[in-house]
Design a binder for this molecule. Sequence first.
Ligand code: TPP
Ligand code: SF4
Length: 283
Amino acid sequence: MVKPADLKTDEVITFCPGCGNYGILAALKNAVSELGLREEDVVIVSGVGCHGHMANFVRVYTVQSLHGRPVPFAMGVKIANKKLHVIVLSGDGDSFGEGLNHFINVMRGNSNITYICHDNIIYGLTTGQRSPTADKSMITKSTPFGAPEIRIIPVKLALVSGATFVARSYAGDIRHLTDIIKQGIKHEGISFIDVLQPCVTFNKINTFDFYNKRVYKLEKARHNKKSLASALKKAEEWGDKIPIGVFYQERRETFDEFFKQKQPLISRNRSKIDVSKTLEEHK
Ligand SMILES: Cc1ncc(C[n+]2csc(CCOP(=O)(O)OP(=O)(O)O)c2C)c(N)n1
Ligand code: SF4
Protein backbone atom coordinates (compact mmCIF):
# COMPACT_ATOMS: atom_id res chain seq x y z
CA MET A 1 0.00 0.00 0.00
CA VAL A 2 1.26 3.47 -0.90
CA LYS A 3 2.14 5.56 2.16
CA PRO A 4 1.43 9.32 2.40
CA ALA A 5 5.19 9.98 2.27
CA ASP A 6 5.41 8.06 -1.04
CA LEU A 7 3.00 10.59 -2.55
CA LYS A 8 5.44 13.46 -2.07
CA THR A 9 6.95 14.98 -5.22
CA ASP A 10 10.30 16.72 -5.70
CA GLU A 11 8.66 20.12 -6.24
CA VAL A 12 9.28 22.87 -3.70
CA ILE A 13 6.02 23.67 -1.91
CA THR A 14 5.24 27.33 -2.49
CA PHE A 15 2.35 27.90 -0.06
CA CYS A 16 2.93 30.67 2.51
CA PRO A 17 4.04 29.37 5.94
CA GLY A 18 0.92 28.46 7.94
CA CYS A 19 -1.43 28.30 4.91
CA GLY A 20 -4.47 26.02 5.29
CA ASN A 21 -3.47 24.32 2.04
CA TYR A 22 -0.88 22.29 4.00
CA GLY A 23 -3.72 20.62 5.92
CA ILE A 24 -5.57 19.82 2.70
CA LEU A 25 -2.40 18.40 1.13
CA ALA A 26 -1.81 16.13 4.13
CA ALA A 27 -5.44 14.96 4.24
CA LEU A 28 -5.51 14.23 0.52
CA LYS A 29 -2.39 12.06 0.73
CA ASN A 30 -3.77 10.29 3.80
CA ALA A 31 -7.05 9.56 2.01
CA VAL A 32 -5.35 8.07 -1.09
CA SER A 33 -3.12 5.98 1.17
CA GLU A 34 -5.82 4.80 3.60
CA LEU A 35 -8.16 3.81 0.76
CA GLY A 36 -5.34 1.70 -0.70
CA LEU A 37 -5.56 3.42 -4.10
CA ARG A 38 -2.77 2.97 -6.62
CA GLU A 39 -1.05 6.23 -7.70
CA GLU A 40 -1.68 5.37 -11.35
CA ASP A 41 -5.44 5.15 -10.75
CA VAL A 42 -5.80 8.66 -9.32
CA VAL A 43 -6.04 11.83 -11.43
CA ILE A 44 -6.07 15.30 -9.88
CA VAL A 45 -7.37 18.14 -12.04
CA SER A 46 -6.92 21.58 -10.54
CA GLY A 47 -7.94 25.08 -11.51
CA VAL A 48 -5.64 28.10 -11.29
CA GLY A 49 -5.03 29.75 -7.94
CA CYS A 50 -2.91 28.90 -4.90
CA HIS A 51 -5.02 25.73 -4.62
CA GLY A 52 -4.04 24.83 -8.19
CA HIS A 53 -0.36 24.49 -7.26
CA MET A 54 -1.27 21.43 -5.23
CA ALA A 55 -1.36 19.49 -8.51
CA ASN A 56 2.46 19.71 -8.41
CA PHE A 57 2.77 18.33 -4.89
CA VAL A 58 0.99 14.95 -5.07
CA ARG A 59 2.61 12.05 -6.84
CA VAL A 60 -0.38 10.87 -8.91
CA TYR A 61 -1.44 11.86 -12.44
CA THR A 62 -2.24 15.58 -12.37
CA VAL A 63 -3.37 18.34 -14.69
CA GLN A 64 -3.36 22.01 -13.77
CA SER A 65 -6.07 23.29 -16.11
CA LEU A 66 -7.32 26.87 -16.52
CA HIS A 67 -8.85 29.24 -13.98
CA GLY A 68 -12.49 28.20 -13.55
CA ARG A 69 -12.21 25.24 -15.92
CA PRO A 70 -11.13 22.10 -14.04
CA VAL A 71 -14.56 20.49 -14.53
CA PRO A 72 -14.48 20.05 -18.34
CA PHE A 73 -10.99 18.51 -18.07
CA ALA A 74 -12.07 16.23 -15.25
CA MET A 75 -15.20 15.11 -17.07
CA GLY A 76 -13.15 14.35 -20.17
CA VAL A 77 -10.77 12.17 -18.16
CA LYS A 78 -13.66 10.36 -16.48
CA ILE A 79 -15.51 9.75 -19.75
CA ALA A 80 -12.35 8.34 -21.37
CA ASN A 81 -11.55 6.07 -18.44
CA LYS A 82 -14.25 5.68 -15.83
CA LYS A 83 -12.03 3.36 -13.76
CA LEU A 84 -9.89 6.30 -12.66
CA HIS A 85 -10.56 8.18 -9.42
CA VAL A 86 -10.86 11.75 -10.61
CA ILE A 87 -10.41 14.53 -8.04
CA VAL A 88 -11.03 18.21 -8.81
CA LEU A 89 -9.15 20.76 -6.70
CA SER A 90 -10.70 24.18 -7.02
CA GLY A 91 -10.80 27.51 -5.19
CA ASP A 92 -13.78 29.61 -4.16
CA GLY A 93 -12.92 32.08 -6.93
CA ASP A 94 -12.33 29.25 -9.39
CA SER A 95 -15.60 27.51 -8.46
CA PHE A 96 -18.02 30.37 -7.93
CA GLY A 97 -16.59 33.20 -10.00
CA GLU A 98 -15.10 32.12 -13.34
CA GLY A 99 -16.32 28.50 -13.09
CA LEU A 100 -19.85 28.92 -11.73
CA ASN A 101 -21.69 27.38 -14.69
CA HIS A 102 -19.44 24.31 -14.66
CA PHE A 103 -20.02 23.91 -10.93
CA ILE A 104 -23.82 23.81 -11.27
CA ASN A 105 -23.74 21.50 -14.28
CA VAL A 106 -21.35 18.95 -12.80
CA MET A 107 -23.44 18.79 -9.62
CA ARG A 108 -26.69 18.13 -11.49
CA GLY A 109 -25.00 15.73 -13.95
CA ASN A 110 -23.79 13.49 -11.10
CA SER A 111 -20.45 12.50 -12.69
CA ASN A 112 -18.54 10.12 -10.47
CA ILE A 113 -15.96 12.77 -9.50
CA THR A 114 -14.76 14.15 -6.14
CA TYR A 115 -14.82 17.95 -6.09
CA ILE A 116 -12.79 19.66 -3.33
CA CYS A 117 -13.12 23.43 -2.94
CA HIS A 118 -10.28 25.17 -1.06
CA ASP A 119 -12.59 27.84 0.34
CA ASN A 120 -10.43 30.64 1.75
CA ILE A 121 -13.05 33.36 1.06
CA ILE A 122 -10.49 35.38 -0.94
CA TYR A 123 -8.59 35.34 -4.22
CA GLY A 124 -5.22 34.19 -2.84
CA LEU A 125 -2.94 33.94 -5.87
CA THR A 126 -3.89 37.38 -7.18
CA THR A 127 -3.16 38.84 -3.72
CA GLY A 128 -6.41 39.31 -1.88
CA GLN A 129 -9.41 40.43 -3.94
CA ARG A 130 -12.98 39.68 -2.86
CA SER A 131 -14.37 36.22 -3.67
CA PRO A 132 -18.03 35.20 -4.18
CA THR A 133 -18.07 33.40 -0.79
CA ALA A 134 -17.27 36.65 1.10
CA ASP A 135 -19.82 38.46 3.27
CA LYS A 136 -21.30 41.70 1.92
CA SER A 137 -19.48 43.64 4.61
CA MET A 138 -16.02 42.17 3.97
CA ILE A 139 -13.51 44.87 3.08
CA THR A 140 -10.83 43.82 0.61
CA LYS A 141 -8.44 45.71 -1.65
CA SER A 142 -10.94 45.34 -4.53
CA THR A 143 -13.97 46.28 -2.37
CA PRO A 144 -12.94 49.04 0.10
CA PHE A 145 -16.64 49.70 0.94
CA GLY A 146 -17.84 46.06 0.95
CA ALA A 147 -20.07 44.84 -1.89
CA PRO A 148 -23.80 44.69 -2.72
CA GLU A 149 -23.87 40.93 -3.40
CA ILE A 150 -24.73 38.49 -0.63
CA ARG A 151 -22.35 35.57 -0.26
CA ILE A 152 -22.64 32.27 -2.11
CA ILE A 153 -22.89 29.41 0.38
CA PRO A 154 -21.08 26.55 -1.41
CA VAL A 155 -22.87 23.76 0.46
CA LYS A 156 -26.27 25.31 -0.23
CA LEU A 157 -25.49 25.84 -3.91
CA ALA A 158 -24.32 22.23 -4.27
CA LEU A 159 -27.52 21.00 -2.60
CA VAL A 160 -29.90 22.99 -4.80
CA SER A 161 -27.85 22.07 -7.90
CA GLY A 162 -28.55 18.36 -7.30
CA ALA A 163 -25.28 17.07 -5.81
CA THR A 164 -25.59 13.59 -4.30
CA PHE A 165 -22.85 13.94 -1.65
CA VAL A 166 -22.39 17.31 0.00
CA ALA A 167 -19.95 17.88 2.86
CA ARG A 168 -17.85 20.51 4.56
CA SER A 169 -14.60 20.06 6.44
CA TYR A 170 -11.82 22.18 7.87
CA ALA A 171 -8.12 22.36 6.94
CA GLY A 172 -7.30 22.67 10.65
CA ASP A 173 -8.73 19.22 11.41
CA ILE A 174 -6.73 16.87 9.20
CA ARG A 175 -8.31 13.69 10.64
CA HIS A 176 -11.84 14.93 9.94
CA LEU A 177 -10.86 16.12 6.45
CA THR A 178 -9.16 12.82 5.64
CA ASP A 179 -12.31 10.89 6.59
CA ILE A 180 -14.56 13.20 4.57
CA ILE A 181 -12.33 12.92 1.47
CA LYS A 182 -12.35 9.12 1.83
CA GLN A 183 -16.15 9.11 1.99
CA GLY A 184 -16.29 11.44 -1.00
CA ILE A 185 -14.03 9.21 -3.11
CA LYS A 186 -16.05 6.11 -2.17
CA HIS A 187 -19.38 7.79 -3.01
CA GLU A 188 -20.88 6.74 -6.36
CA GLY A 189 -21.69 10.02 -8.09
CA ILE A 190 -20.51 13.58 -7.58
CA SER A 191 -19.11 14.33 -4.14
CA PHE A 192 -18.68 17.96 -3.19
CA ILE A 193 -16.47 18.94 -0.24
CA ASP A 194 -16.24 22.58 0.84
CA VAL A 195 -13.03 22.94 2.84
CA LEU A 196 -12.67 25.90 5.23
CA GLN A 197 -9.10 26.89 4.36
CA PRO A 198 -7.52 29.84 6.16
CA CYS A 199 -5.45 32.10 3.89
CA VAL A 200 -3.10 33.46 6.52
CA THR A 201 -1.69 36.15 4.25
CA PHE A 202 -4.77 37.87 2.80
CA ASN A 203 -7.82 36.90 4.87
CA LYS A 204 -7.39 38.23 8.40
CA ILE A 205 -11.02 37.45 9.36
CA ASN A 206 -11.52 33.73 8.66
CA THR A 207 -8.40 32.58 10.51
CA PHE A 208 -7.61 29.27 12.27
CA ASP A 209 -8.63 30.95 15.52
CA PHE A 210 -11.97 32.05 13.98
CA TYR A 211 -12.78 28.49 12.90
CA ASN A 212 -11.38 26.75 16.00
CA LYS A 213 -13.92 28.70 18.08
CA ARG A 214 -16.86 27.94 15.80
CA VAL A 215 -16.73 24.59 14.01
CA TYR A 216 -18.74 21.67 15.33
CA LYS A 217 -19.29 18.21 13.85
CA LEU A 218 -22.59 17.17 12.30
CA GLU A 219 -21.64 13.57 13.09
CA LYS A 220 -22.12 14.40 16.77
CA ALA A 221 -25.24 16.54 16.26
CA ARG A 222 -27.62 13.74 15.17
CA HIS A 223 -27.99 15.29 11.74
CA ASN A 224 -30.03 13.23 9.23
CA LYS A 225 -27.93 13.25 6.05
CA LYS A 226 -30.75 11.64 4.06
CA SER A 227 -32.98 14.69 4.47
CA LEU A 228 -32.48 17.47 1.92
CA ALA A 229 -34.63 19.83 4.03
CA SER A 230 -32.42 19.27 7.11
CA ALA A 231 -29.28 19.71 4.98
CA LEU A 232 -30.52 23.02 3.60
CA LYS A 233 -31.36 24.23 7.10
CA LYS A 234 -27.86 23.33 8.34
CA ALA A 235 -26.31 25.02 5.28
CA GLU A 236 -27.72 28.37 6.50
CA GLU A 237 -25.81 28.11 9.80
CA TRP A 238 -22.85 30.50 9.71
CA GLY A 239 -22.15 32.56 12.80
CA ASP A 240 -21.11 31.57 16.28
CA LYS A 241 -21.49 27.96 15.17
CA ILE A 242 -20.35 26.52 11.84
CA PRO A 243 -21.20 22.89 11.03
CA ILE A 244 -18.73 20.53 9.36
CA GLY A 245 -19.42 16.95 8.23
CA VAL A 246 -21.69 15.28 5.68
CA PHE A 247 -24.78 17.43 5.08
CA TYR A 248 -26.44 15.20 2.49
CA GLN A 249 -25.99 11.91 0.66
CA GLU A 250 -28.19 10.00 -1.76
CA ARG A 251 -27.67 7.35 -4.45
CA ARG A 252 -28.81 8.45 -7.91
CA GLU A 253 -28.02 7.31 -11.45
CA THR A 254 -24.56 8.61 -12.37
CA PHE A 255 -23.44 10.24 -15.61
CA ASP A 256 -21.83 7.06 -16.96
CA GLU A 257 -24.67 4.82 -15.77
CA PHE A 258 -27.10 6.96 -17.82
CA PHE A 259 -24.97 6.37 -20.92
CA LYS A 260 -24.75 2.66 -20.06
CA GLN A 261 -20.97 2.76 -20.35
CA LYS A 262 -20.07 -0.82 -19.46
CA GLN A 263 -16.32 -0.47 -19.93
CA PRO A 264 -13.93 2.48 -20.10
CA LEU A 265 -13.87 4.03 -23.60
CA ILE A 266 -10.10 3.51 -23.78
CA SER A 267 -10.52 -0.27 -23.59
CA ARG A 268 -12.83 -0.42 -26.63
CA ASN A 269 -11.42 -1.98 -29.78
CA ARG A 270 -10.46 0.99 -31.94
CA SER A 271 -8.79 -0.93 -34.75
CA LYS A 272 -11.94 -0.96 -36.91
CA ILE A 273 -12.79 2.72 -36.42
CA ASP A 274 -12.04 4.72 -39.57
CA VAL A 275 -11.76 8.47 -38.95
CA SER A 276 -10.26 9.36 -42.34
CA LYS A 277 -13.62 10.64 -43.72
CA THR A 278 -14.12 12.93 -40.71
CA LEU A 279 -10.53 14.19 -40.95
CA GLU A 280 -11.07 14.91 -44.64
CA GLU A 281 -14.23 16.95 -43.86
CA HIS A 282 -12.34 19.15 -41.42
CA LYS A 283 -9.28 19.84 -43.59
C1 TPP B 1 -9.46 33.06 -17.20
C2 TPP B 1 -8.67 33.70 -16.09
N1 TPP B 1 -9.22 34.70 -15.38
C3 TPP B 1 -8.54 35.25 -14.36
C4 TPP B 1 -7.28 34.80 -14.05
C5 TPP B 1 -6.50 35.44 -12.91
N2 TPP B 1 -6.60 34.65 -11.71
C6 TPP B 1 -5.66 33.72 -11.40
S1 TPP B 1 -5.94 32.99 -9.94
C7 TPP B 1 -7.33 33.93 -9.69
C8 TPP B 1 -8.17 33.82 -8.44
C9 TPP B 1 -7.74 32.77 -7.51
O1 TPP B 1 -8.67 32.66 -6.46
P1 TPP B 1 -9.24 31.25 -6.03
O2 TPP B 1 -9.80 30.53 -7.18
O3 TPP B 1 -10.16 31.47 -4.90
O4 TPP B 1 -7.93 30.47 -5.61
P2 TPP B 1 -6.86 30.72 -4.45
O5 TPP B 1 -5.72 31.45 -5.10
O6 TPP B 1 -7.50 31.53 -3.37
O7 TPP B 1 -6.50 29.34 -4.03
C10 TPP B 1 -7.56 34.79 -10.76
C11 TPP B 1 -8.69 35.74 -10.84
C12 TPP B 1 -6.74 33.74 -14.81
N3 TPP B 1 -5.55 33.19 -14.53
N4 TPP B 1 -7.45 33.21 -15.81
S1 SF4 C 1 -1.77 33.57 -0.42
FE1 SF4 C 1 -3.14 32.60 1.06
S2 SF4 C 1 -3.98 30.79 0.03
FE2 SF4 C 1 -2.18 31.49 -1.12
S3 SF4 C 1 -0.50 30.25 -0.31
FE3 SF4 C 1 -0.52 32.19 0.83
S4 SF4 C 1 -1.77 31.78 2.64
FE4 SF4 C 1 -2.16 30.15 1.17
